[in-house]
Design a protein around this ligand. Structure first.
Ligand code: BTN
Length: 231
């Protein structure tokens, strides 16, 4: 896919959104940057983006893979997880619903999807931030912290990850099965916060529509959740 690499940008998500709005480009396409000055995280949080991290966004037509919007960050999380596992032989790596890749209790990759309408078409822009050799916050980890003896070439990594994303022949069912296999917190009691409201439950898996299945620890009732953040 067409890939643009920038030295610095406010946010690859914002740049790509504007780039597509102004041109009739064919999708998918990718924008990456060596650093971001206003990286965006979920819920209007900042995504700290100093040099040394992998910051990229991919735009696709929403109908491209015939999957619901909620599944996009999860499909990307599967591609990132699979690629990291294959390339760096990392174990204890999990997909944290709805959009992160974790190594045990530490975040290595955050993913953020936004949908935008450009004239007749709906485009989904999915940003991926991977901690490589950048400084990370306390709740994060990076490839260099895990594999201090290895060196990391961001351009090679970008090309390899784009190839992984392009070549995936995942179906909804295979993505769901993959996530279920590597689901962070599976069968554990966890807290889910939705608009400030907390729900506790045992994480049981992912439903057909990619919502999270939580079991009430007292009654055994299973409920579906399509929004929220897990702790
Ligand atoms: C999160 O975990 O809150 C999502 C973080 C997403 C960060 C990536 S870095 C590349 C792209 N550009 C942005 O501004 N954000 C995403």
């Amino acid at each position: 896919m067409k890939t643009i690499v920038l030295y610095a940008v406010d946010s690859t998500n914002t740049f790509l959104k504007e780039y597509i709005r102004q041109r009739d480009v064919s999708l998918p396409m990718c924008v990456a940057a060596l650093r971001q000055t206003a990286g965006k995280g979920r819920y209007t949080r900042e995504w700290s983006s100093p040099p040394g991290g992998l910051y990229m966004s991919i735009a696709e037509n929403l109908t491209h893979k015939n999957i619901p919007a909620i599944a996009y960050p999860l499909c990307m999380a599967v591609a990132v997880h699979r690629w990291l596992k294959k390339t760096y032989k990392i174990s204890d790596m999990f997909i944290k619903w709805p959009n992160d890749v974790y190594i045990n209790m530490k975040k290595i990759c955050g993913i953020l999807s936004t949908v935008q309408t450009c004239g007749e078409r709906s485009v989904i822009i999915t940003g991926i931030g991977i901690n490589v050799r950048n400084e990370v916050p306390d709740n994060g980890t990076s490839l260099v912290l895990l594999l201090p003896e290895r060196s990391f070439n961001l351009h090679t990594m970008l090309q390899a990850l784009v190839r992984e994303i392009e070549n995936t022949d995942d179906t909804m069912e295979s993505v769901r099965a993959y996530i279920t296999n590597y689901l962070w917190g599976k069968d554990q009691i966890r807290k889910l916060t939705i608009h400030g409201q907390e729900t506790r439950g045992i994480i049981r898996g992912i439903a057909d529509d990619f919502s999270l299945l939580l079991e009430d620890e007292h009654t055994g009732t299973i409920t579906k959740h399509s929004l929220g953040e897990m702790e």
